[in-house]
Design a protein around this ligand. Sequence first.
Ligand code: NAP
Length: 219
Amino acid sequence: MKVILFGATGMVGQGVLRECLLDSEIESVLAVGRSPTGQRHPKLREILHDNFLDYSAIGSQWAGYDACFFCLGVSSVGMSEERYRHLTHDITLAAATTLARLNPQMVFVYVTGRGTDSTGQGRLMWARVKGKTENDLLKLPFKAAYMFRPAAIQPLHGVRSKTAWYQAIYVAAAPLLSLLNRVAPKYMTTTEQVGRAMIKVAKDGYPGAVLESEDINRL
Ligand SMILES: NC(=O)c1ccc[n+]([C@@H]2O[C@H](COP(=O)([O-])OP(=O)(O)OC[C@H]3O[C@@H](n4cnc5c(N)ncnc54)[C@H](OP(=O)(O)O)[C@@H]3O)[C@@H](O)[C@H]2O)c1
């Protein structure tokens, strides 16, 4: 399986990259981002890009891939709806539309979050923007598209949050988070479980298009 990964420098993306590099059935990973991952691996190739609404300069390198794991995303905290929609909906759909055209046999996996609003019209700004993004992705002519809605995610195996105070909390609360993962899988997953589950749905499919934390943990 050949994979394209967006957001490989982020907390979720680092975890997904790790699992992809470890998986013997994944032949290669193309990481597309605005900054380097800092990793070297025979299976990993990187494209650095700066305009995430226009892929005409690099799109020709995207044909022949089996799966895309789209982990690029931002927090809505302190952001206007217009800016958040641009960074969430517009960037994701620009990449996905190009990928669907070049790879109709591709499986596309997108990370949203627990509480995403499928009506796209609810009260919570982030939830309706993510909901509209999911809905528009599901209309694209991929072989299949899966929406991952994790709640909290514990970083494992050296994966680090880019936000220093998040990272400090993850380290201090690690034993509690591990316990929560076992007793409350609805609310807690890990970067390893997210990565493994993405690979599994890309290989074997899944009965529904939306996977909540507990579905991710069961895979
Ligand atoms: N972390 C959680 O607990 C959690 C839980 C549920 C859902 N999620 C969702 O998972 C997704 C990823 O979250 P995360 O925690 O991994 O975020 P993160 O650590 O902040 O990483 C964000 C990733 O997106 C890239 N990115 C951000 N803005 C960009 C832009 N304007 N242009 C190009 N690349 C950009 C970053 O690249 P740079 O390295 O270049 O900045 C980085 O690779 C988000 O959609 C988030 O809502 C996260």
